[in-house]
Design a protein around this ligand. Structure first.
Ligand code: NAD
Length: 499
């Protein structure tokens, strides 16, 4: 696709872009009932992009009613899987047709490099929608091994109305991980994108309608978390919430469910990934390079970012030297320049939060090896240079709390047991990595690490066919793979008596 465009050409296209900026309900754009809007800001410049409808309780209610009506009519939920597949494949084709526009929206709205949006976020989102579309007419249900005088048919049924609450770091991709399996299995949805980055999701909903997703099946309510997000979480007619975001907000959704209709909740939350490099890593340079990308990719705004480098003492200096070299080529730049590898932080609040952690690290006695400052302030945007702390203790705030920025904490270990102990000493359990050429060590360590994904001699590798999600306070339920369908369906056993 368009990654080969020049910076000028991306900028020209950005100037001629029009934004969808209202709630999308019943396949139509409508203003928020209150008439209120909020400002969407380009984090690369600090300049406003557009005003977006600030959806609230009434708008969520309208969208849920539209979704419920569509679900009850059966225009989506009761048609053959092969019919839904056709529509979803058309949807993916339209995403592909409008890939440049979607990539631009993602970059302008959240500050990530256009090279990433156009070669990672958008293509992976398209792949995800296609994968679930293709899967849905190939999955069989079950017949239980009952005694011969009965047949028990075990079928997966859609849940009904699914509320999806999305974060700002990969708006399209995190959204697609939910939309793909939820729609493929026949549910109707109300999606609440993050207030920092609602634009790509609004356009996506319009494309879904154009592809033939019936009225009311896919609704989007932009708005703030405490208002629109909470209203969705507490709605009495929402059957399930699928959430990606912070652990703190994930816990709110459990509370909302408990205080409303006991809706099903699945949570993809934060992380503090240990990236364990042993002295016998098959290729130390490759390990160090992956460690650098593992924390600085997407400005460090990645749930599974390898934010704790747990490295064997004897090879630490060599590894840090290489990481610094990679960091030099990852200095923040204009997100619309295809050469840029690291863009802007999503907003001023997030930038200041990350700078606050850098200050806290230094105060606690960690050694700032490089980085640590805001850069490109003259652009009006929110950029932070790649930052590395050495001499970190795992008890320090920068090793325990999710920073969600380009800040790497280095902790050393002497033996495998210590590495695992440090790795697991966190409330999170989203991902972990281990680098060693000893197959026994690799297997034992990966077994002992409490995380939903463990990478061996690689970092952040994955595929839509492989599940993703957390242990501990990183959440529960899985995105991606056929397992994701489990959270959008419920089992019905139909017991037929044979007399
Ligand atoms: P966040 O928790 O602040 O917000 C996520 C969503 O929840 C947004 O749509 C927001 O508007 C909404 N929200 C916020 N407060 C709310 C409230 N009181 N009630 C209802 N909804 C509310 O997270 P974020 O800052 O957008 O994203 C960063 C977080 O997401 C990080 O913790 C990161 O680790 C996590 N994340 C996890 C995964 C994963 O797959 N595990 C993937 C991406 C991001």
């Amino acid at each position: 696709m368009s990654a080969a465009l020049s910076v000028d050409s991306w900028k020209d296209q950005a100037r001629s872009l029009s934004y969808r900026n209202q709630c999308f309900v019943g396949n139509r754009f409508v203003s928020a009932a209150s008439g209120k809007t909020f400002t969407c800001v380009n984090p690369a410049t600090g300049a406003p992009l557009t005003q977006v409808s600030a959806g609230d309780k009434e708008d969520v209610d309208r969208a849920v009613k539209a979704a419920r009506a569509a679900f009850e009519k059966g225009v989506w939920s009761r048609i053959a899987g092969s019919e839904r597949k056709k529509v979803l494949l058309r949807f993916a084709d339209l995403m592909e047709k409008h890939a440049t526009e979607l990539a631009l929206l993602e970059t302008l709205d959240m500050g990530k490099p256009i090279g990433d949006s156009s070669t990672i976020d958008v293509p992976l989102s398209i792949q995800c929608i296609r994968w679930y579309a293709e899967a849905i007419d190939k999955i069989y249900d079950e017949i239980a091994p009952t005694p011969p005088n009965a047949i028990s048919l075990i079928r997966r049924e859609p849940l009904g109305v699914v509320g999806a609450v999305i974060p700002w770091n990969f708006p399209l991709l995190m959204g697609s991980w939910k939309i793909g399996p939820a729609l493929a299995t026949g549910n109707c949805m109300v999606v609440k994108p993050a207030e920092q980055s609602p634009l790509s999701m609004l356009r996506l909903a319009e494309l879904a309608a154009e592809a033939g997703v019936p009225e009311g099946v896919f609704n989007v309510i932009p708005g703030y978390g405490e208002t629109a997000g909470q209203a969705l979480g507490r709605h009495m007619d929402v059957d399930a919430i699928t959430f990606t975001g912070s652990t703190e907000v994930g816990k709110y959704f459990l509370k909302y469910a408990g205080e409303s209709n006991m809706k099903q909740v699945s949570l993809e939350c934060g992380g503090k990934t240990p990236n364990i490099i042993m002295a016998d890593a098959p290729d130390l340079d490759a390990a160090a390079e992956a460690a650098a990308w593992g924390i600085f990719f997407n400005q460090g705004e990645v749930c599974n970012a390898g934010s704790r480098l747990i490295v064997e003492e004897s090879v630490k200096d060599a590894v840090l030297e290489k990481i610094q070299k990679v960091a030099q080529i990852l200095q923040p730049g204009d997100p619309l320049d295809p050469k840029t590898k690291m863009g802007a932080m999503v907003d001023e609040t997030q930038m200041n939060r990350v700078l606050g952690y850098i200050e806290a690290g230094a105060k606690e006695g960690a050694k700032l090896a490089f980085g640590g400052k805001r850069v490109r302030a003259e652009s009006g945007g929110y950029y932070i240079e790649p930052t590395l702390f050495d001499g970190v203790k795992n008890s320090m705030k920068i090793a325990q709390e999710e920073i969600f920025g380009p800040v790497l904490s280095t902790i050393t270990f002497k033996d495998q047991d210590e590495a695992v102990k440090i790795g697991n000493d966190t409330i999170y359990g989203l991902a972990a990595a281990v680098w060693t050429k000893d197959i026994n060590k690799a297997f034992k360590t990966s077994q002992a690490l409490r995380a939903g994904v463990v990478w061996v001699n690689c970092f952040d590798n994955g595929h839509i066919s492989s599940p993703f999600g957390g242990f501990k306070q990183s959440g529960f339920g899985r995105d991606k793979s056929l397992h994701a369908m489990e959270k959008y369906t419920q089992l019905k056993a139909t017991w037929i008596n044979i007399s």
